[in-house]
Design a protein around this ligand. Sequence first.
Ligand code: SD4
Length: 309
Amino acid sequence: MWTIVATWRMSKEGIEKGAEILKEKGSALDAIECAAKVVEDDPYYKSVGYGGLPNEEMEVELDAGFMDGDTLGFGAVCAIKGVANPVSVARQLSEKNVNCVLVGDGASQYAENHGFEMKDMLTERAKNLYRQRVLEMKQEMKAYRGHDTVGVLAVDSKGSMGAATSTSGLFMKKKGRVGDSPLVGSGLYADSEVGAAAATGIGENLMKGCISYEIVNLMKQGKSPQEACETAVFELEEKLKRRNGHFTDLSVVALNHKGEWGCATNIENYAVSVAKENEECKVYHVHRVGNRCEVVEASKQWIDQRVEE
Ligand code: SD4
């Protein structure tokens, strides 16, 4: 019984393509890479890949991670520039024994030397949004709005699992800033014997809880994916509030090796996309209700609006 799930509505078209691979008995790893690439290639979504929002210096620096749940192989690229599909580079690095995580120029150089497509990832639209934000920030300092990560998880018909993430990180971030998305255990984790998880939100806080590893660990202890997601998000939120006096956006998605999925958030407008064997792809809104989350199927009308979260 295969399943593929991902963060946000933006992943819908990607997981539909990934689902086609799983339907044909393809691997979870091929499916998640394919799904993430569809989002990376779409300039409309301005927080991932081509058309992603730039850093303070108007450069698009991208983060991506990839984990094989069978071997626990992990690869990542951080603050990579000029590469069309960072997730594919991360996947290739996950197959290596050493040099699995590359940053900045080293990551871009590796991609170029290994035949990955090189591309200027900064679009005119992103430049205009940057200029507009510079003007706004002169009036009021509001960096960091406008961010999201595509996090994709799958289990295939053989029971193998994988997790992939890709993002342009936070809009107006410092050059060289790395978020949770390419960090194993924070942005993503996959263990085919248990399950997989991925996160989206403010990386600086998500990484304080190693939240993806925490969710997989909670599933290992017997929690359902939904219980594990809610426990991890609300315990981390409570801890951050108690120790620091504040907390920020934390949203997650999880899948266990039986194909059951769950999600949780502490914000208003989170969504996840899901495709399963014998079921067409659906998008769900996730609403916080106390320290639980309500998951409600989105209408076709809302899906068709392609709302940018
Ligand atoms: C980061 N977690 O770079 C990413 C951004 C994100 O919703 O997912 N925002 O911190």
